[in-house]
Design a protein around this ligand. Structure first.
Ligand SMILES: Cc1cc2nc3c(=O)[nH]c(=O)nc-3n(C[C@H](O)[C@H](O)[C@H](O)COP(=O)(O)OP(=O)(O)OC[C@H]3O[C@@H](n4cnc5c(N)ncnc54)[C@H](O)[C@@H]3O)c2cc1C
Length: 429
């Protein structure tokens, strides 16, 4: 029997919200199996109100809860198993968190590059992209996906891989939220259970030259290096630089250039399990991390872009600016191999504001001309322009053709909807 949690259930308080938003759904359904996911979908379609699909509840778009509708919460589909002994193939449920994945894979000598937060869910990240702290070494998370199980809008269960439904397998790696509900994923993990991580705190006197120097250092680094930068306001920046390997001498050589990007006020370097880099707390969501984000990809942090980002900071929106490296193995993949088609950029840039405002939108509009494409997971505005940036060239049309076939009623329109949002949509409020 389906486990349906309604507002009078004592468990409801811990299930109604997500990381970025509060919600008041009429029901949260928690399936325990693929068959129950199909059943939950039938329940949701018969019920009134919007539908939300939730894996880890960390979507920046806040659409994995709603008002007065149904949430299908996949947190019980969280198994992590090795496919055969001594294999690097693993099968993972969408409800697992990336920190749990890292912890489970470590004893097998394996790891999967995901993102910088171990509490992010497998389902949301592995259907959109996955820019992680070993991304330049091992590619995006979706680049390691070898097979997917998908429940479609009519309740069918499909097995997808490069031979079975190759068009859906292409689409699920970058636009998965548009196709159906992913109930299981198989990944080819990498054999880098131990990494070297440097945590560096810089003093930043002028943002533009600092960003230029940071960008040049990242691009010059070997692909074993992935580097995330977080501007903290007050003239400081924090960097996490990961070398995907456990040889201290090689790691030391590769990390050294990062020591001279700007004056350091704090530094620490250590060899540690990847599982200690990305950890999960799995605390219930209270919806308190809300905000508005704008994002874009860039080939270089060149003079023009750096000056524009400095302008964003001057306008008061530089306090939470995040710059994640891509490039390396991410760009080995042909642009038409997955629905994430951005395979020539080196950086993903995201600005976070505490709330939506015309001032933030205007300040970001001044940065926008220097950007090249968009990773949808860091953008909270689903405008047609942003959709075209997320799915450039022929990608959007190809997705729309697939969408018409696989989800003709546009049931799955919650996250960057390729076919548009119906007028009566209530998701994401
Ligand atoms: C603190 C924080 C740090 C982050 N860091 C990174 C990072 O370093 N790199 C990176 O790439 N991303 C990062 N992200 C973005 C994150 O990858 C996305 O927000 C992702 O969608 C969250 O996945 P989730 O399962 O937790 O989210 P949810 O809120 O559960 O889902 C988000 C959306 O994905 C879709 N979805 C979820 N599960 C499924 C499924 N099983 N089948 C089909 N569609 C599904 C739904 O449309 C849903 O609305 C970060 C987010 C946060 C909040």
């Amino acid at each position: 029997m389906l486990d349906i949690i309604r507002p009078d259930d004592r468990r409801y308080a811990d299930l109604r919200h997500v990381y970025t938003a509060t919600g008041a759904p009429a029901a949260v359904v928690r399936p325990r199996s693929t068959a129950e996911v199909a059943e939950a979908l039938g329940f949701a379609r018969d019920a009134e109100g919007p539908l939300s699909i939730r894996s880890g509840g960390h979507g920046i778009s806040s659409v994995s809860t709603n008002q007065h509708g149904t949430v299908i919460d996949l947190s019980r589909l969280d198994t992590i198993e090795r496919v055969g002994t001594d294999s690097d193939l693993v099968r993972i449920g969408p409800g697992a968190r990336w920190g749990e994945v890292a912890a489970a894979l470590y004893p097998w000598g394996l790891a999967i590059s995901s993102g910088d937060s171990g509490d992010v869910g497998v389902g949301g990240l592995a259907t959109a992209g996955g820019i992680g702290l070993m991304g330049r070494a091992h590619g995006l998370t979706i680049d390691r996906v070898t097979a997917v199980e998908l429940v479609t809008s009519d309740g069918s269960v499909l097995a997808l891989d490069s031979e079975r439904h190759p068009d859906l397998f292409w689409a699920v790696r970058g636009a998965g939220a548009n196709l159906g509900i992913v109930t299981s994923l198989e990944f080819r993990a990498s054999r880098t259970p131990v990494v070297a991580r440097a945590t560096l705190q810089y003093r930043v006197d002028r943002l533009a030259p600092f960003l230029r120097a940071w960008g040049e250092t990242v691009e010059a680094a070997p692909r074993e290096i992935s580097a995330f930068l977080y501007l903290m306001g007050g003239g400081f920046a924090l960097a996490t630089v990961v070398h995907a390997g456990d040889d201290p001498a090689v790691a030391g050589r590769d990390l050294t250039p990062f020591l001279s990007v700007a004056p350091l006020v704090g530094r620490r370097a250590e060899l540690l399990p990847y599982a200690a880099v990305v950890t999960a707390a799995r605390a219930p969501h209270r919806g308190r991390q809300g905000g508005r984000t704008h994002s874009g990809l860039a080939v270089h942090l060149d003079g023009e872009l750096s000056e524009r980002l400095e302008g964003l900071a001057r306008a008061g929106f530089g306090e939470l600016l995040q710059i994640r490296s891509v490039g390396g193995a991410v760009n080995d993949v042909p642009a038409d191999a997955t629905a994430y088609a951005h395979r020539h950029q080196n950086f993903s840039i995201t600005a976070v504001a505490p709330y939506a405002s015309p001032e933030f939108d205007e300040a970001w509009a001044a940065v926008h001309p220097s950007l090249d494409g968009l990773y949808l997971s860091f953008e909270s505005a689903f405008t047609p322009e942003r959709l075209a940036e997320a799915y450039p060239g022929t990608t959007l049309q190809r997705l729309r053709d697939i969408k018409r076939r696989i989800d003709p009623g546009n049931v799955f329109h919650q996250n960057f909807p390729v076919a548009g949002v119906p007028a009566d949509n209530g998701a994401g409020v």
